[in-house]
Write a new protein. Sequence first.
Length: 277
Amino acid sequence: MNNINQYLFNDDQVTDFIINGYHIVEPSLSTQFHDGIYSKLNSLPTNPGDKINIAVPELDQVFEHPSLRGPLESLLGNDFSMGKHRHCHKNHPGTRSQIWHQDNLNIPTLIDGHSKVPDHIKSVLVMYYPQEVKSNMGPTALIPGSHLFRSAPDRNASQGNFRDQKIATLKAGSLLILHYDIWHAGTANTSKKIRYMVKYLFEREKESEQPTWNHNPSNKSHILERLEKDEAATIQRSLVHKRNFLRTKMWNNIAGKESLEYKYHDKWAGAWPEPKI
């Protein structure tokens, strides 16, 4: 098995996750391997719930592969753990789209002790897709950057109502890592094939004293500039400072001693905007 170090994030990849709230891991095992898992899932008479890895033990090879453990160690620290909850989603042809949701459902504190944290990375969801996911097969939709805000999503909105949403069309065997607070939804499956997704929860066990990814201390100015200027989904201008503060605080919470200094910039001062006629 390959060394985990080659799969650790660099500074820009960590910054990407802080800004957007998700990361896609490309398949590392063969298409035949993932086809085998798909067939096993298809043969299950019932949903085994948290025991899905017992019913399909080959899943352990997916979730223990260094191509996933490297990103998880980068985001959650050296001693991260796999949560007890896991679930297989079976999206039949004809399944309608979900409403937008966050998996914590705005519960102040989860059973496992983790609360909603828009300025840290304490928990991530990992979604595994054994088959290719095309745009008509019910791919997962998500709103980049939405993990940073406490407001609940509009539960009456369909997945097609948000500007800047991303639709995760993926190769067979791909893994989608999501910040636990990101808004996401399953879309409608209008194809003729069942779409499976197996979801696991991974959790931080302790605070990091230093970066657990491939960090270069000389990148601080570059990272600060990205955290301030890079866009995810469009937000109202009055929230930009809050967003940038939360981004920087999230970096600091996972980087330990390699923290950044957030500086407030008054972007409102200056010439009045020209009237639009």
